[in-house]
Ligand binder design. Structure first.
Ligand code: WQD
Length: 339
């Protein structure tokens, strides 16, 4: 059984689909603070297999311990559960440190109580690189001071996992550093749930396209980039989800040489905000209502991956194009607005 924490979230739900399609048995733990049971229905409508589900807060050590006693056949953990808004973390740092760090410490505690091998995949982020100096960004890019409490919780969690993996031989870790996940499952049964006001560019673009957001503000056009707007590496959510299954298989096969390994998950291509707008307009046939605004605090001008290590060591690379990702995001937006 594979424990997927935060398994009803955006990346978690797409990963659960891929796990089920690879015949893994899945237990989802989710506190539903940023998701809903409708996502479980969506997963079941894509692939009708039994999914175990428990709604608990991972910060409650007692409840989590009960789950590990109930499901004694947990043989690996994929940990997504975390608060994830960069902007919100700046205004609520304590919430982010308490939630993101306590939850992972409790999960590691339970794994340490197990006597058998139980590998761990961590949902990390390219934000650990801060303002990188070299592009494309490789895994040995020096880790810089975090630009936000969110990014810092990812850095701290990686450091905790590294230290514990050195002492606990039953805990092999792969930390996956996501660049910018976008899009929705091809079935449009799951996608990025609009529970809170979207912070990320692509959902804001599609909400502006559909009319529920009246205007897109481009956060700055005076950066030292081709057109002055920020550059990011937008990776299709399905490519990202597949990388977790490949990583899991590698860990379970125990052919991982090291107890702790990191991989960048990106396409290796950078795209600017203004280029995204142009691509959306060509996909949708709409004229997007946007204007140039001030820079956003905490933004790095450029961030895109060198995914060569994941290709070399995992045999994974992104296959779906930016156009496919943006089209699926737009189709998802239309679907959840019944259009
Ligand atoms: C992208 C660009 C904005 C909104 C995300 C995740 C983070 C991490 C990395 C996984 C920036 C600009 C945005 C808008 C804009 N992923 N923008 N107008 O900041 O790269 O971080 O990917 O951990 O968790 O948050 O993504 O989509 O917020 O911004 O101009 O209305 O789009 O300034 O340059 P970001 P984003």
């Amino acid at each position: 059984m594979i424990l997927v924490t935060g398994g009803l979230g955006y990346i978690g739900s797409h990963t659960v689909v891929e796990l089920l399609e690879n015949d893994f048995e899945v237990l989802i733990i989710d506190d539903l603070s940023n998701s809903s049971m409708s996502v479980l229905d969506g997963i079941n409508s894509i692939i009708n297999k039994n999914i175990f589900f428990e709604q608990i807060d991972l910060c409650n050590a007692k409840d989590l311990s009960f789950i590990f006693q109930k499901y004694t056949n947990i043989r690996a953990v994929i940990h997504f559960a975390a608060h994830k808004s960069v902007g919100e973390s700046v205004s609520k740092p304590i919430d982010y440190y308490k939630n993101n760090i306590s939850s992972i410490l409790n999960v590691i505690d339970e794994i340490n109580k197990k006597s058998e091998f139980c590998p761990f995949i961590f949902s990390s982020s390219c934000t650990v690189y801060g303002k990188a100096n070299r592009f494309p960004i490789t895994e040995d890019e020096p880790i810089k001071p975090a630009e936000s409490p969110y990014a810092n919780t990812k850095k701290i969690a990686e450091e905790i996992l590294y230290d514990v993996s050195l002492t606990n031989k039953n805990l092999s870790v792969i930390s996956l550093r996501y660049f910018n996940p976008i899009g929705a499952h091809s079935s449009l049964k799951i996608g990025e749930l609009p529970l809170n006001k979207p912070q990320n560019l692509i959902p804001i673009v599609t909400k502006t396209g559909i009319g529920s957001n009246d205007k897109l503000i481009v956060n700055g056009s005076d950066y030292n980039t081709s057109d002055g707007s920020c550059i990011r590496d937008y990776i299709h959510i399905t490519d990202l989800a597949k990388a977790h299954v490949i990583s899991l298989k590698k860990l379970l096969s125990k052919d991982s040489l090291k107890s702790f390994e990191v991989y960048n998950l990106g396409t290796g291509k950078g795209t600017s905000v203004l280029e995204i707008i142009k691509l959306f307009e060509s996909i949708s046939g709409l004229k997007l209502n946007y204007e140039i605004g001030p820079r956003r605090n905490g933004d790095v001008p450029i961030s895109y991956a060198n995914p060569a290590k994941a290709e070399r060591e995992l045999g994974w690379k992104a296959n779906l194009s930016l156009k496919e990702g943006l089209s699926s995001a737009w189709n998802w937006e239309k679907k959840i607005n019944n259009l």
